[in-house]
Structure formats: structure tokens, C-alpha cells
Design a protein around this ligand. Structure first.
Ligand code: HEC
Length: 156
């Protein structure tokens, strides 16, 4: 147990160092702004959301209610809501893009099991950004602003 904590701390230190020495990013390159104020991109994202995401995350982004934080008997999490009640808005643009592109199993690694598959083979980068832009467009203004701050501060 103690060893695991030490190893995790070491990993965290390496990660922090990697972030610390990273060159200054511009919003356009490393953290593309999700197009949540662009009506055409939001409309495209909404249609894609209906086709690829709503079956699990809900037509109204409500997630698989009510116990979306509890794993089922097989160890899988239900799909979380994408509205302000969930934690999608806690994640910066890069992580959100990565989750949708690669899926959660690839990101967490090990034996982690998830129904959140990666869509990188079916959706282009722009389409993924449109879907996330649509999701962000539905958040209350103050949540959008907090999310902008999270990106500006480069917090995970
Ligand atoms: C087959 C069901 C399913 C489909 C379809 C699906 N998801 Fe997911 N999604 C999940 C589950 C389950 C999770 C929880 C991740 C985990 O298991 O750790 C998740 C997690 C996420 C997260 C992380 C959210 C958070 O609050 O941390 C994002 C972002 C996401 N999905 C976006 C999408 C998008 C965008 C689409 C459509 C392109 C999509 N998902 C389609 C099941 C699904």
C-alpha cells in the first residue's frame, strides 16, 4: 500500500514536471476552443450527438440516471450526464477531446473497463470538437466561464 502511494507520488511528480516544462501553448494549437458559440458547428454537433452519443448519455444529456456514479455488478460505470449536474465541465478541452477520440479504457489503461469507446475512427477532430461544442453550448453561462478558466489555467 505504502509502496503504491510512493509510486503514484513519483508518477505525479513526473507528470507535473512534464507539464511545467511544456512550451507555452496557444489556445488554437494545443487547446482548440470548442466551437460552442458557432451556430453552424453547434447544429452539426447536436446532430452527431443524436447519432452517436444520445443512446448512452441521454437525449437531454441527462446520462444514465439515477445512479450514474455507481459501477454495475460487472464493474462498468453508467454513462454520466453531460449537463451541469455531471463532471464533463471539470475537464479541459484536451482531455475531453482525448476521451472521445480514444475512449476511456485507452486513457486509464491497465484492466480498466468502460463502455465509453473511442470515436477517432468514425468522427474527425472537427466533428469531435463540434459535438463537445454542442455539449458546452447547453451549459449555463457561469459554467461555460468556469470551463474557459480551467482551459486558460491548464488545470486537468
Ligand atoms: C455505449 C455507451 C456510450 C456511448 C455511445 C457514448 N458514451 Fe461517452 N461515456 C460512456 C460511459 C459509460 C462513460 C463513463 C466513462 C467510464 O466508464 O469511466 C462515458 C464518458 C464520457 C465522457 C467523460 C465524461 C466525464 O464527465 O468525465 C465524455 C466527454 C463522453 N463520454 C463523451 C461522449 C461523446 C461525445 C459520445 C458520442 C460521440 C459518447 N460519449 C458516446 C458511455 C458512452
Amino acid at each position: 500500500m505504502k509502496k503504491t502511494i510512493v509510486i503514484s507520488l513519483a508518477a505525479a511528480a513526473v507528470l507535473t514536471a512534464a507539464v511545467w516544462i511544456a512550451p507555452a501553448w496557444t489556445e488554437d494549437e494545443a487547446r482548440p476552443l470548442l466551437p460552442y458559440t458557432d451556430a453552424a458547428r453547434v447544429a452539426e454537433g447536436k446532430a452527431l450527438y443524436g447519432d452517436y452519443c444520445a443512446s448512452c448519455h441521454g437525449v437531454d444529456l441527462e446520462g444514465q440516471q439515477p445512479n450514474w456514479q455507481d459501477r454495475d455488478a460487472d464493474g462498468y460505470l453508467p454513462a454520466p450526464p453531460h449537463d451541469e449536474n455531471g463532471h464533463t465541465w471539470h475537464h479541459d478541452n484536451n482531455l475531453l477531446m482525448q476521451i472521445v477520440r480514444e475512449g476511456t479504457e485507452a486513457i486509464v489503461g491497465g484492466t480498466y473497463k468502460s463502455h465509453m469507446i473511442g470515436f477517432g475512427d468514425v468522427l474527425s477532430e472537427n466533428e469531435i470538437a463540434s459535438v463537445l461544442g454542442y455539449i458546452k453550448s447547453t451549459w449555463p453561462t457561469e459554467i461555460q466561464e468556469i470551463h474557459n478558466e480551467i482551459n486558460a489555467r491548464r488545470l486537468p
